[in-house]
Design a protein around this ligand. Structure first.
Ligand SMILES: Cc1cc2nc3c(=O)[nH]c(=O)nc-3n(C[C@H](O)[C@H](O)[C@H](O)COP(=O)(O)OP(=O)(O)OC[C@H]3O[C@@H](n4cnc5c(N)ncnc54)[C@H](O)[C@@H]3O)c2cc1C
Length: 473
C-alpha cells in the first residue's frame, strides 16, 4: 500500500503514510478503497452524473463501529469528509474531491418489530429495500417517491412521500436515531434521550453527526390505488384550477402532485400523479411509479421554492416555460402539502414548512454533458420568473451546491429563529464543522473564529490515529 495524499478540512494537502492507511484499513470491517482499486469507480458514482469527484479514500462502512473508526480517523487527521447514504442528493455533497468519503451504502440491515409496529433500518438502505421488508408484513411509513433514493438523506432533511397526508413526513415517523457525533461517540436521539439532537436531526440534514440507524413507526397500509391523470398543455391552466379547489377538501388518504412532463409520445403534458391509501402489491407498485423517469447516470440540475399559492398567472408562466424545455427528460413538479404534515406543530422539528400548500420543484435532466449551459439556463430562467409567486422558503433536500445557491438559501430552509437554534446545536455537537459537506449550518464559533479557520490537527502529518473511542450512549 502506497503513501496517500489527502485533502484536509482547510483545503491543504497532507500525506498519510502507508502504515497509517493500513492500520485504518485493518480497523474497518468493511475495508476501504483507494484510487485504482477494484470497485473504486463504482463506489464514487452517485445518481447525478454532473458530479465527477474522486475521494482519496472511500471508507466502506459495514456498521456503526466502522463509522466511529472513520470519524475518529478523519477528526484526528483533520480530513475533509463527505458522507454518502443513498447517493441521490443532486448537490453531490455525498462525494468529496481528494478527501475521505464515508460510504454507508453497505449498511443494509432492516429489522421489523411486528409487535411494536416499528422498524430499525441502517443508513445505507434505499426506500425500495425498506418497503420490501416492511410490506412483507403489510406495514409502511412515509418514504420517497423514487425507490432508489436513500432513507438517510431523505429523512434527515424532512422526507416527502405518498403517505404524508396520513402519516406526516418521513422524519415525523422517527422514533429514534443512532448517531456518531464528531467526537466519535455513538448517541441515541429520541424524544426522551438527547432530545435537542433529535429535534435537529428531523430536518437539519447531516450537520450534527452520521446517522447509522433509524427507528421508524410503521402503519398498516392496505393495497393502494394509484395512477396518472394526463392533460394537454393547453388545458393545463383549467385542470390546475380544478385541482387546486379539489385538493382543498380532499381526504388525507389522497396523495397528489402535479408534474409538467413529456409523454412517451414526445408531447409536453400536465400530469396529476395520484395515490390513494384506502384499500400490498399495489402499494409497492406506487412507490416505484416514478422510477423510470429518474434513472441514475443522467445530468441533473434542480431548483426549488415553496409557493404562496397556485394562481393562474403563475401557472401560465410555468406552461410557457415548459413548452421551451431543451430536454424531454426535464420536468416541473408542484408538490401538495396537506393533512398530517401540517398538523405537526412547527416547533416540534427543525423542518420548518408546516402549513405550506405547494412546493415548486424545477427538475432539469439531460443526457449529453455538452448540453449543460442550455439546460441550466432553462431551470434558472423559470426559477427567476417564479420568484414573485414564491414564499421565500425552500426544502433543504432540493438545494444545490452552496457555490450555486448561496449560503443564505440554507437559512431560508429554516427561518431565522430555527436557524439560530440549529447554529447553537451545531456548536454543541460539531464545533469544528467536521461535517461540512452538506447544506451547511456553521457552528457559532465559526464566524472567522479558530474552530472553522484552522483545526489543531492541520499541521499534523502522519499521526497515529486513535481508531476507536466509543463514549456513553
Ligand atoms: C430522483 C430523486 C427523487 C427524489 N424524491 C424525493 C421524494 O420523493 N421526497 C423527498 O423528500 N425528497 C426526494 N428527493 C430528494 C432527496 O430527499 C435528497 O436528495 C436526499 O438527500 C437523498 O438522500 P440520500 O441518502 O439518497 O442522498 P446522499 O446524497 O447519500 O446524501 C445527501 C446528504 O445527506 C447527508 N447524509 C446522508 N446520509 C447520512 C447519514 N447517514 N448521516 C448523516 N448525514 C447523512 C450528507 O450530508 C449527504 O451529503 C429525491 C431526489 C432524487 C434525485
Amino acid at each position: 500500500m502506497a503513501n496517500t495524499e489527502i485533502a484536509t478540512m482547510t483545503g491543504r494537502q497532507i500525506v498519510l503514510n502507508s502504515d497509517v492507511i493500513e492500520q485504518f484499513h485493518s480497523g474497518l470491517r468493511g475495508g476501504h478503497l483507494l484510487r485504482g482499486d477494484d470497485g473504486y469507480e463504482a463506489a464514487r458514482k452517485i445518481y447525478n452524473a454532473m458530479i465527477d469527484r474522486r475521494p482519496a479514500i472511500i471508507a466502506r462502512c459495514a456498521g456503526a463501529a466502522d463509522v466511529i473508526a472513520a470519524v475518529n480517523f478523519a477528526r484526528n487527521n483533520g480530513l475533509l469528509v463527505s458522507v454518502r447514504g443513498g447517493g441521490h442528493n443532486v448537490s453531490g455533497n455525498a462525494v468529496c474531491d481528494g478527501g475521505l468519503m464515508i460510504d454507508l451504502s453497505p449498511m443494509k440491515s432492516v429489522r421489523v418489530d411486528l409487535q411494536g409496529k416499528a422498524v430499525h433500518a441502517e443508513a445505507g438502505v434505499t426506500w425500495g429495500e425498506f418497503d420490501r421488508e416492511t410490506q412483507a408484513f403489510g406495514l409502511a411509513t412515509t418514504g420517497g417517491l423514487v425507490s432508489t433514493t436513500g432513507i438517510a438523506g431523505l429523512t434527515l432533511g424532512g422526507g416527502l412521500g405518498w403517505l404524508m397526508g396520513n402519516y406526516g413526513l418521513a422524519c415525523d415517523n422517527l422514533i429514534s436515531v443512532d448517531v456518531v457525533t464528531a467526537d466519535g461517540r455513538l448517541l441515541t436521539a429520541s424524544k426522551s434521550r438527547n432530545e435537542d439532537l433529535f429535534w435537529g436531526l428531523r430536518g437539519g440534514g447531516g450537520n450534527f453527526g452520521i446517522a447509522t440507524s433509524f427507528e421508524f413507526q410503521l402503519h398498516p397500509v392496505r393495497p393502494m390505488l394509484g395512477g396518472i391523470l394526463i392533460h394537454r398543455l393547453d388545458k393545463a391552466a383549467e385542470a390546475i384550477k380544478f385541482y387546486d379547489e379539489f385538493t382543498r377538501t380532499s381526504p388525507d388518504e389522497l396523495g397528489t402532485f402535479v408534474g409538467f412532463v413529456t409523454s412517451p409520445e414526445g408531447e409536453r403534458v400536465m400530469a396529476i400523479f395520484v395515490s390513494y391509501n384506502g384499500a400490498i402489491e399495489e402499494g409497492e407498485r406506487i412507490q416505484r411509479m416514478m422510477d423510470d423517469g429518474f434513472p441514475a447516470g443522467r445530468q441533473n440540475y434542480w431548483k426549488s421554492n415553496f409557493l404562496k399559492g397556485l394562481d393562474t398567472q403563475a401557472i401560465n408562466v410555468i406552461i410557457d416555460h415548459v413548452a421551451k424545455a431543451p430536454s424531454p427528460h426535464s420536468a416541473v413538479a408542484i408538490e401538495q402539502f396537506s393533512g398530517a404534515v401540517n398538523r405537526v406543530s412547527i416547533n416540534d422539528t427543525a423542518f420548518n414548512h408546516r402549513g405550506a400548500r405547494y412546493n415548486l420543484l424545477i427538475v432539469g435532466i439531460w443526457t449529453d454533458a455538452a448540453a449543460k449551459a442550455d439546460n441550466v439556463r432553462w431551470v434558472r430562467e423559470l426559477w427567476d420568473a417564479m420568484a414573485p409567486y414564491s414564499s421565500g422558503g425552500v426544502y433543504v433536500n432540493y438545494l444545490g451546491q452552496e457555490a450555486d445557491e448561496g449560503a443564505e438559501r440554507v437559512k431560508s430552509a429554516y427561518g431565522p429563529e430555527k436557524y439560530a437554534r440549529l447554529v447553537a446545536l451545531k456548536q454543541k455537537y460539531d464545533p469544528t464543522n467536521l461535517f461540512r459537506l452538506n447544506q451547511n449550518i456553521k457552528p457559532s464559533a465559526a464566524k472567522g473564529g479558530p474552530a472553522e479557520a484552522r483545526t489543531k490537527y492541520e499541521t499534523v502529518i502522519n499521526p497515529t490515529p486513535r481508531l476507536y473511542s466509543a463514549g456513553p450512549r
